[in-house]
Design a protein around this ligand. Structure first.
Ligand SMILES: Cc1cc2nc3c(=O)[nH]c(=O)nc-3n(C[C@H](O)[C@H](O)[C@H](O)COP(=O)(O)OP(=O)(O)OC[C@H]3O[C@@H](n4cnc5c(N)ncnc54)[C@H](O)[C@@H]3O)c2cc1C
Length: 415
């Protein structure tokens, strides 16, 4: 048993999973320090997990088999039809390809709730706690909170996302790199779709839509609503950098803070570029459910330094095209826990070294795949008007380059 006190900075997907893992490995105290004051339920965003990756994480005890989720089976790639041919049935565009899509979608808050429930009751959550610095010196690791207090720990785990304070201490040079485009995101109750010609019925529930336009795409799918039985629409719109966005460092524009002018410009852009049904889906999104995330990526050269460790997006930021971020975060926590079980002992040091070795390589591979997918689908996208089903299938195979990794690698696979 390792014992001691462990701080986990950040209580989202990675933080909840690492907290559970540290408690199961024998930490006497596990404290999750989370900046957001609420229950984080307002993060009504969608996450997809590959069915095989989800099943592995259930078998490993990280997720509950009955986690509420929405089944997706097919990814319909579409684009505007050539001039004169119209935009297909209900204005949904010309179908380029029906790709098998063995994924489920999740509401972020529902997934997070499941993770919280899987963690031992002894884990202590402290919402509304911002960590401003961490360190590791002769007396041990420590966190410093926004109120100036400093608390010693035996281990500090950074699960504080892409702008990680813990990463700044583990590898100060590593900064997320802007990919050159943004994603607008939105979500709302699916009942609103009835306002569109063809209504909700025009878009089958199990279909993930990928709507391509010159220089980008929109990915749209349903996710479970917070009320059992309900669903929400969730979309991610890859688009050029808006002229007003300041990119002095990693940033995002939170839901509810976009101006009318910014929102109108995005909706007009969608109306110009997309088949009308999908531009309509975006236009239905309330302001308080629309946000903007510039796309970044980052692979850190190492994940540990002394008694500090990073995981999830704090350690590796993968462009969202991979649909692998949540799975990657859970696999990080799994690798940490497995290394602890395998190595035994009564200190954290050997397991940190093993974790670093295994997950740094796996993270880099996913980052590289995300870059390839981003280039193929956004910055170097083909002429969609020339694409048909065989061309799309060939184009997709070229992106994967014979390897896997879309949706994340199998659990336990060496990096
Ligand atoms: C557009 C987009 C679409 C995506 N789609 C998918 C998908 O379909 N499937 C998928 O698997 N993944 C997807 N992802 C990625 C996924 O959301 C993340 O990779 C995953 O949630 C892991 O997040 P995390 O817990 O490491 O970090 P985060 O979710 O960023 O959590 C970090 C936490 O730390 C807290 N925090 C930050 N700083 C401090 C501090 N100083 N002190 C205290 N607390 C702090 C934050 O409040 C937050 O709660 C997507 C990402 C994007 C941007």
């Amino acid at each position: 048993m390792r014992g001691g006190a462990v701080a986990v900075v950040g209580g989202s997907i990675a933080g909840s999973a690492f907290a559970g893992a540290a408690a199961r490995l024998g930490a006497e105290r596990v404290v999750v320090l989370e900046r957001s004051p609420g229950r984080l339920e307002d993060r009504g965003l969608g996450i997809c997990t590959h069915n095989d990756r989800f099943a592995e994480l259930v078998d490993a005890g990280h997720l509950a088999p009955d986690t509420r989720r929405h089944r997706l089976t097919v990814r319909r790639w579409t684009a505007r039809g050539p001039a004169g041919e119209g935009d297909g049935r209900h204005g949904r565009g010309r179908t380029l390809w029906l790709q098998p899509f063995p994924f489920h979608s999740h509401h972020w808050a529902v997934l997070w709730q499941t993770l919280r429930e899987q963690a031992p009751e002894s884990v202590e959550y402290r919402p509304g706690t911002t960590v401003t610095a961490v360190g590791d010196d002769r007396d041990g690791a420590w966190t410093e909170q926004a109120d100036g207090t400093r608390t010693p720990y035996d281990l500090v785990i950074g699960a504080d996302g892409y702008r990680s304070v813990v990463r700044a201490a583990v590898c100060p040079q590593a900064e997320p790199e802007y990919a050159g485009y943004v994603c607008w995101r939105g979500s709302y109750d699916s009942a609103r779709l009835d306002a569109l010609p063809g209504g909700a019925a025009a878009w089958p529930e199990e279909e993930c839509a990928t709507v391509c336009y010159p220089g980008g795409q929109v990915v749209l799918y349903r996710i479970p609503g917070l009320a059992p039985g309900s669903t929400q629409v969730n979309w991610v719109f890859y688009a050029p950098t808006p002229h007003w966005l300041r990119l002095d460092g990693p940033t995002a524009v939170a839901a509810g803070t976009l101006t009318d002018e910014q929102l109108d410009a995005m909706r007009e852009f969608a109306a110009r570029q997309l088949p009308p049904y999908w531009a309509g889906v975006i236009a239905l999104t309330p302001r308080e459910r629309t946000l903007l995330q510039p796309v970044y990526d980052l692979a850190t050269p190492r994940r540990t330094a002394g008694r500090l460790l990073i995981g999830g997006d704090a350690a590796t930021v993968v462009r969202p095209h991979n649909t692998s971020g949540a799975v990657k975060a859970l696999q990080d926590a799994h690798a940490f826990e497995q290394a602890g079980r395998r190595l035994g002992g009564d200190t954290w040091a050997p397991l940190l070294a093993a974790y670093d070795l295994e997950r740094s390589a796996a993270g880099l591979e996913l980052v590289n795949l995300g870059r390839t997918l981003g280039r193929a689908q956004v910055t170097g996208a083909p002429d969609w008007s020339a694409m048909d089903e065989p061309a799309m299938a060939e184009w997709w195979r070229g992106q994967l380059g014979g390897g896997g990794g879309f949706g994340g690698h199998a659990l336990g696979r060496a990096g």
